[in-house]
Design a protein around this ligand. Structure first.
Ligand code: ZN
Length: 129
C-alpha cells in the first residue's frame, strides 16, 4: 500500500518535465544548433562544384586570351599595319601611350605587345618612306 502510494507520487511529480521530455528538448536544441553551425561549412559536393566552376572559369579565360592572340596575329598578318605602298599606317596616340593602326583600327599597347610596339613606334615618327 505504502509502496504503491510512493510510486504514484513518483510518477506524478515529474509529469510537467519528465527526463525524457527534457532530453527531447535538449536534443532538439542541440540538433538545431548543430545544423546552424554546419551551415557555413561547405560539403564535399559543393567543394567539388566550386572547384569545377573555377576550372571552367580558368579555361574560359585561357580561351579568351587565345582568341585575342589569334586576332592579333591575324590582323598583323592581314594588315601588316602598313599602307598599300608599304609605309607605316600607324599613329602614336600621345597621352594614351598606344599605337593605332589607321588601316585596321588595331591598337598596340606596349604592355600588351612590347615587341610589336617597339617595332612600329619609331615608324610613327618617320616622314614618308
Ligand atoms: Zn593594321
Amino acid at each position: 500500500m505504502n509502496d504503491a502510494k510512493q510510486n504514484e507520487r513518483k510518477e506524478e511529480q515529474p509529469l510537467a518535465l519528465t527526463p525524457s521530455v527534457l532530453k527531447e528538448i535538449v536534443s532538439g536544441v542541440v540538433e538545431t544548433a548543430l545544423r546552424e553551425a554546419k551551415k557555413p561549412h561547405i560539403t564535399d559536393e559543393e567543394k567539388k562544384r566550386i572547384e569545377e566552376e573555377q576550372l571552367m572559369r580558368k579555361d574560359a579565360a585561357a580561351s579568351v586570351r587565345e582568341e585575342i592572340d589569334q586576332k592579333k596575329n591575324f590582323q598583323e598578318e592581314l594588315c601588316g599595319h602598313q599602307r598599300e605602298d608599304g609605309t607605316n599606317a600607324c599613329v602614336y596616340v600621345n597621352g594614351s601611350n598606344y599605337i593605332l593602326c589607321q588601316r585596321c583600327q588595331f591598337i598596340i599597347r606596349p604592355e600588351e605587345d612590347a615587341k610589336l610596339f617597339n617595332r612600329i613606334f619609331p615608324l610613327c615618327f618617320k616622314r614618308g618612306r
